[in-house]
Design a binder for this molecule. Structure first.
Ligand code: FMN
Length: 353
């Protein structure tokens, strides 16, 4: 079928954008959907406590166009996880995912996140409770290890126990987490990537859907990983260069419809900002995620500069995005003129934008 293969409870989507706090909110996701229709998107991690006791509509509402969309939960109490899985299904999410990879201190104090890798039985109980409470795929995001529990065999044991409970996919950040001494940011760079451990996991558990994550920055790399595992998850690169996903639908999901150009996306963002602000929203909720739309293109600097200078001003509105796009186009024209004068040939920026 177009878009993925059915396995277990869900469709296996071979590419996803990783959950990222303060980044993969609904405004970022709306922009990503202008770029790729089929990539699986995630919410930021939301704790079970926040969902059960907080402003549920604020935390969970999303636009139908953001689907397929997974809700990522942080928590360890089976009953609470089950309640949140039920709510996720009622809210219209396509998947519910449990975070067993976050090393932050705040998360450890709540005794969930990466430290749960040392307690596979607790994770299994949570997964079983979630599966019993809803018909959605229930998936787990974890690390290859934590602290001294970092041998391949430790991860394989974790996965086999949690798989027994019915987890529909294992998304593995191919670095161990060190729970003391490293900040969350350092935990995403300092422990070395061990892709071979993730490949071996897929090989040893061919019936499971294994997704690799960590350090993937290009679609060629995605393709190479897909020879060894069933899916690839991209985090930071999807934020630093969102338009790299423009080729994903054709390359990995068999959908040949032409992607929107960067300029067309900028124009859609103007319309989105008009709608958003007419409902009382702030411009920067949209523009902050669009800063890298023109990454590595002629005009990228002008685009960013316009936002930096104008988007925070009182009364700033969609015209800021118009001004930024006009700046991109001016920079392109200047480059064309410069190349024509120096006899350097075609403009590289306009063709790609
Ligand atoms: C700013 C930021 C916030 C993150 N927040 C979450 C989160 O909420 N839940 C989670 O499971 N991982 C979170 N991560 C980790 C990513 O999902 C991903 O595992 C990690 O960045 C490695 O992938 P990458 O090298 O492709 O970025 C976050 C990463 C970043 C950079």
């Amino acid at each position: 079928m177009e878009g993925g293969v059915v396995q277990g409870r869900g469709v296996v989507r071979s590419v996803s954008v990783a959950p990222m706090m303060d980044r993969t909110d609904r405004y970022y996701r709306a922009m990503m959907r202008m770029i790729t229709r089929h990539t699986l998107l995630y919410t930021e991690m939301i704790t079970t406590g926040a969902i059960l006791n907080g402003d549920r509509a604020y935390l969970l509402d999303f636009d139908a166009q953001e689907r397929p969309l997974a809700l990522q939960l942080g928590g360890d109490d089976p009953q609470e996880l089950a309640s949140c899985a039920r709510i996720a299904e009622q809210w219209g999410y396509d998947e519910v995912n449990l975070n067993v990879g976050c090393p932050s201190e705040r998360v450890q104090r709540g005794s969930f996140g990466a430290c749960l890798m040392a307690q596979p039985e607790v994770v299994a109980e949570g997964v079983a409770a979630m599966r019993g409470a809803c018909a959605l795929p229930v998936t787990v995001k974890h690390r290859i290890g934590v602290d001294d529990l970092d041998r391949y065999e430790d991860m394989a044991r974790f996965v086999s126990i949690v798989a027994e409970a019915g987890a529909d996919r294992f998304s593995v950040h191919a670095r161990k987490a060190l729970l003391s001494g490293l900040s969350p940011k350092e935990n995403r760079t300092i422990p070395p990537l061990r892709y071979e451990d993730v490949y071996r996991l897929q090989q040893d558990f061919p019936e499971l859907v294994v997704e690799i994550n960590g350090g993937v920055v290009s679609l060629d790399e995605v393709e190479a990983h897909l020879g060894r595992v069933q899916a690839v998850m991209i985090g930071r690169a999807a934020y630093d260069d969102p338009y790299m996903f423009a080729e994903v639908d054709a390359r990995f999901f068999g959908d040949e419809a032409a992607p929107l150009s960067r300029d067309a996306i900028a124009e859609r963002l103007i319309e989105a900002a008009e709608r958003h602000m007419s409902q009382g929203g702030r411009l920067t909720q949209i523009t902050r995620h669009a800063l890298n739309l023109f990454a590595h293109q002629t005009g990228a600097r002008g685009w960013k500069r316009a936002f930096a200078q104008l988007a925070h001003k009182p009364g700033a509105g969609p015209e800021v995005i118009e001004a930024a796009l006009a700046e991109v186009r001016r920079q392109r024209e200047r480059e064309v003129a410069f190349r024509a004068r120096s006899g350097a040939g075609d403009d590289p920026g306009a063709g790609r934008a």
